[in-house]
Ligand binder design. Structure first.
Ligand code: ZN
Length: 92
């Protein structure tokens, strides 16, 4: 269900609001933008704490902790990439 969106700057009809205006290049505020920002932030925390956990696990020779930390860091990294990609699509 897509409603017609008009560019707030030049009033041209924009088919895809996630893309800049085809006439003047104005980047519109995407409704999902805040959500993507939150995702990017949370996943960044997951990546950092995951790798930190992995380091602690490796240093203390707790293999299970180290492995789960590295897995967490990896999954968080993929998540971060996806949210950054979605965020960049909404315009920076
Ligand atoms: Zn425009």
């Amino acid at each position: 269900m897509q409603q017609t969106v008009r560019c707030p700057k030049c009033a041209a009809v924009v088919d895809d609001p996630t893309q800049p205006c085809p006439r003047c290049g104005y980047v519109m505020e995407h409704p999902q933008r805040r959500r993507y920002q939150r995702h990017a932030l949370v996943s960044l925390v997951v990546v950092l704490s995951g790798y930190a956990l992995g380091m602690v696990g490796t240093a203390t020779r707790l293999e299970l902790l180290g492995i789960s930390g590295l897995v967490m860091g990896f999954v968080g990294g993929v998540w971060l990439m996806v949210s950054l990609y979605l965020l960049l699509r909404t315009g920076v």
